[in-house]
Design a protein around this ligand. Structure first.
Ligand SMILES: [Zn+2]
Length: 512
C-alpha cells in the first residue's frame, strides 16, 4: 500500500453546519488506500510518515474535489448546431444536433471538468435512442469513459414516459402538425419511446454494471414532471427506495413548467411530488427557478435538495433562481453547470463565481451568498445529491481522497493582501490555470496541465476528425425536422403565461 502525504500552506477540510470553513494552516493529509486517514500539522505528519510519497508543498492550497451536480453531455448544443433559445424552443432546436461518439463525447467534458477541479460528476443521461439493449449499452459506454479517465461519477438514465417534445401528449402534438411533418415526427418519438417496464429493466441492468465499483454509482433520474406520468413517478420513487439511492429531477425550470404543473395538478409541482411521497432528503430538484415561497418552505421542512444551475438559467432565459431564499430556509443547495456554463464550457471555478455574483441583491442589508457558502455548495452539498454522500466533498479522515492541489501564487501574483480570508481569495480569483494536480480516489489523474491516463490532444483530434465528415442522412433529416417543427412548438406555448399571477422572485423574473 502506498502512503501519500499532501502538504500545503492551507488545507480546507470542509465546513461546519453554520457554513464556517474548517481550515488547517501549514498542514498535511495522509492518504492510504484511496482514503484520507489523517489530517494535521505538516511537520508532525512528515515526522511520523517518513516512508510517504510527498506531494503538494509550500505555496499550495488544498481543497476537497469539486462536484458538478448536474451535467448531461460533452460537446455542447451550441457546438453541435443549436443556439440558445428559451428552454421550450431549445427542445425543438436540439433535434438538429449531430450524433457524437459517446465515449469521446464523455471524455471531452470530463477533460474540462477535471481541469477546473471537478472530481465527481452527476451525469444525467437525458436520452439514448433505440432498443432497451442499445440504451443500456449507451449508459455503459458513458460509465466506461469515466472509468477510463479515472473520474468519479454518479450516473443516471432519465426516466420519461410522455410529452417528449412539448408539454402535451406526443400523439396529440403530432396530429396538430401539418400532414407532411407527421410521419417524421412520429418516427422521432418512436426512436425514444420505451415502455415503463423496460425502463425499469434498463435501470436494473445499469445498476448491475456498476456493482462493486467504488467510483461509479447509478441513481434515479425522473426527468421532469411533464415527462413522467404519475405511474412513472411512482416507479421512480420505488427504485430510489429499493436501492437506497438519490433521485435528481428537473423541476419548475421555467414559468411554462409552473403553468403546466398548475394545469395538471391544480397546484405546484413540488406539492404534487410531496403528496406522492417523493419529497425528502433523497430528492434533488434541478433548477427550481419558479418555486413559490411555500415550495421553498416545503424543501426546508422535508430536507429536499436543490441543484442551482446558474449559467444554464441565464442562457435558456429561464430566470434567476431565488438562491438567497433557499439559503435563508437552510435548503442544501448544490451547483450544476448543466449543459454548459456561461463560457460554453465546464469550468466549475467560473460557475462558482457566477453563483457568487448573480445573487448579490441590491441594498446594503439585502442578502447575498458568501464565498464560503458557495464553496460548500460546490463540495459538501453537491456530494449529498449523489450516492457517494458524505464520503466525498470533505477531507476529513475516512473520506475518499478526492482533492485539488492549487497554487496560491498563480491565483494571486504579484500581490494579495493577507487580511482577506483564503476562501474569499480562492473563490474570487482562482482560475483553472492555478490547479496543479487533481486527485481522485487517491490517484493523481491530472497534473501540471496533463492527464495522467489519457492524451487529451489525441482525443480532441479524434473528435475533430469524426465531425469533419459531412452530415449523415439521419442528421440531415433531423436538422430539417427541427427547422420545420420549430414554429409549431413556438405556437403551442402562445398565451401560456397570460393571466399567470405568480409573484416574481426577483425583479428580473417580473414581467410587469
Ligand atoms: Zn439539465
Amino acid at each position: 500500500m502506498t502512503t501519500r502525504l499532501i502538504s500545503a500552506d492551507w488545507i480546507i477540510e470542509g465546513f461546519t453546519t453554520d457554513d464556517e470553513p474548517i481550515i488547517h494552516r501549514d498542514a498535511a493529509i495522509i492518504v492510504e488506500d484511496g482514503l484520507v486517514t489523517r489530517i494535521g500539522p505538516a511537520a508532525r505528519l512528515k515526522a511520523e510518515h517518513p516512508e510517504a510519497e510527498m506531494l503538494g508543498g509550500e505555496g499550495r492550497v488544498v481543497i476537497p474535489g469539486l462536484i458538478n451536480a448536474h451535467h448531461h453531455v460533452g460537446l455542447t448544443p451550441l457546438q453541435l448546431g443549436s443556439p440558445d433559445h428559451p428552454l421550450e424552443l431549445w427542445f425543438a432546436s436540439r433535434l438538429a444536433l449531430r450524433d457524437v461518439d459517446l465515449r469521446l463525447d464523455t471524455l471531452f467534458s470530463a477533460f474540462e471538468m477535471i481541469a477546473s477541479g471537478v472530481t465527481t460528476v452527476q451525469h444525467l443521461h437525458s436520452r439514448a435512442p433505440g432498443t432497451p439493449e442499445a440504451v443500456v449499452a449507451a449508459g455503459q459506454t458513458v460509465m466506461n469513459a469515466y472509468r477510463e479517465i479515472g473520474m468519479r461519477a454518479s450516473y443516471s438514465m432519465a426516466l420519461r414516459d410522455q410529452n417528449r417534445l412539448v408539454y402535451q401528449d406526443d400523439a396529440l402534438f403530432t396530429a396538430s402538425l401539418p400532414e407532411r411533418l407527421r410521419p417524421e415526427m412520429e418516427a422521432y418519438f418512436k426512436r425514444f419511446t420505451i415502455p415503463l417496464n423496460d425502463q425499469i429493466d434498463i435501470f436494473e441492468a445499469l445498476v448491475a454494471s456498476a456493482k462493486d465499483d467504488d467510483c461509479i454509482k447509478v441513481q434515479v433520474a425522473p426527468a421532469n414532471l411533464h415527462w413522467l406520468s404519475d405511474k412513472a413517478l411512482d416507479v421512480a420513487g420505488q427504485l430510489s427506495e429499493k436501492h437506497a439511492v438519490p433521485m435528481h429531477m428537473h423541476l419548475v425550470e421555467t414559468p411554462y413548467q409552473k403553468v403546466y404543473a398548475q394545469r395538471r395538478t391544480g397546484g405546484s409541482a413540488l406539492a404534487h411530488l410531496a403528496r406522492m411521497g417523493l419529497a425528502g432528503p433523497r430528492l434533488t430538484i434541478g433548477h427550481g427557478v419558479w418555486m413559490s415561497e411555500a415550495d421553498i418552505d416545503l424543501c426546508g421542512e422535508t430536507g429536499t435538495h436543490i441543484c442551482h444551475n446558474c449559467s444554464s438559467n441565464f442562457r435558456l432565459k429561464s430566470g434567476i433562481a431565488p438562491l438567497n431564499r433557499f439559503l435563508a430556509r437552510k435548503v442544501p443547495v448544490a451547483i450544476g453547470i448543466d449543459e454548459a456554463g456561461i463560457n460554453d464550457d465546464r469550468d466549475m471555478l467560473q460557475e462558482m463565481r457566477m453563483v457568487l455574483r448573480t445573487h448579490r441583491e441590491p441594498g446594503i442589508d439585502a442578502p447575498f451568498p458568501s464565498a464560503a457558502q458557495v464553496l460548500r455548495m460546490a463540495t459538501e452539498h453537491g456530494a449529498a445529491t449523489t450516492p457517494f454522500g458524505a464520503s466525498i466533498g470533505r477531507l476529513s479522515p475516512g473520506c475518499v481522497a478526492d482533492l485539488v492541489i492549487m497554487d496560491w501564487k498563480a491565483m494571486t501574483h504579484p500581490y494579495q493582501d493577507s487580511a482577506l480570508p483564503v476562501i474569499d481569495v480562492l473563490v474570487q480569483r482562482a482560475k483553472a490555470a492555478a490547479i496543479r494536480s487533481v486527485m481522485i480516489a487517491g490517484e493523481i489523474v491530472y497534473a501540471d496541465g496533463r492527464f495522467t491516463r489519457l492524451d487529451r490532444d489525441a482525443v480532441l483530434d479524434e473528435i475533430a476528425a469524426l465531425l469533419r465528415q459531412p452530415l449523415s442522412e439521419a442528421e440531415r433529416q433531423r436538422k430539417e425536422l427541427s427547422r420545420a417543427v420549430f414554429p409549431h412548438v413556438k405556437a403551442f406555448y402562445d398565451g401560456w403565461l397570460e393571466g399567470d399571477e405568480s409573484a416574481p422572485h426577483t425583479r428580473y423574473n417580473s414581467r410587469g
